[in-house]
Design a protein around this ligand. Sequence first.
Ligand SMILES: Cc1cc2nc3c(=O)[nH]c(=O)nc-3n(C[C@H](O)[C@H](O)[C@H](O)COP(=O)(O)O)c2cc1C
Length: 335
Amino acid sequence: MAPVFKTKMTEMLGIEHPIMQGGMHYLSYAKLAAAVSNAGGCGILTAVTQPTPEDLRKEIRLTRTLTDKPFGVNLSFLPAATPPDYDAYIKVILEENIKIVETAGNNPGKYIEKLKAGGAIVIHKCVTVRHAKTAVKYGADMISMDGFECAGHPGMDDVGGLVLFPIAAREFAKMGVPWIASGGIGNGDQVAACLAMGAEGVNCGTRFMVTQEAPMHDNIKQRLVEADHTQTTLILRTLKNTERTFKNAEALKAAEAERQSPGDINVVRKFIAGSKYKVSFHETGNTEDSVWSCGQVIGLIDDIPTCNDLVERMMNDAKSAVVDRMKTIMVHSSL
Ligand SMILES: Cc1cc2nc3c(=O)[nH]c(=O)nc-3n(C[C@H](O)[C@H](O)[C@H](O)COP(=O)(O)O)c2cc1C
């Protein structure tokens, strides 16, 4: 599909459409990232989904056999009992000549500096403007502003995109920093609204989870199609590491354990282990027995399209929101 929008995001990343697929642990493998990039967006691999840096190297090379379009790698710095060897992952990212890196999480400063020194474009994803400003100080080229609706880690400020994005627009315009809107986005009307608010594009996680190419059991995709926007919940708030997850039996158990022992990671650890949802995603398709991220945008998801059909539809609908809706309600003489 021919490009509909040209923005700083499409120009900087060398992509056709201003849409990125955020890194998703245990989902952002070569197949999904390549499908998004082939659709004209920016696909992203998650570095630490790969057990070792050498496995990441293999996944990057596999992605290159599936697409000749730009794609990136996500590096998330989240609290962990035994943190991954981030420097070793960065070494591989740079050696493999990856030009787009999505960073997220705590204290990314020294890693951003390293990635920049190695020639990567760094898009730092965060949930507050103050964190964004710190990332920019360390050299981040673009900010992915994640509203409270998002899957994953929405933070502690609880500000939804409709307020957060205009604040981001105002603050980043002063700094001359491009930004993209993230969290809760799943259709073309929202893309048009985000561009109208000053975003250079959008980042989507949950919407790309429910696509043909997402490497996730069909039962879970189908369950997300059936779910409405109220079926997410927040856990780990008392640990100041809020996570928005699908509201299933296991997440409710985790929430109850946390309620009984606030702030105690030991009582929730057994519920939130990534290894549990890896099995649900890739093997059993059990929708209830593990805790995994998903966003409120499930209320807008009614089908399981290919990434190509999804990106095409979102771009066409974004265009239609501008041309068939906004232009037609404007008083003719003001045009
Ligand atoms: C299953 C799942 C796993 C995720 N894992 C990560 C991750 O490892 N690192 C990261 O930065 N973001 C992660 N995210 C967040 C997404 O990259 C993206 O920022 C978020 O989904 C945007 O909100 P949305 O889902 O409403 O589109 C994950 C999201 C989902 C749904």
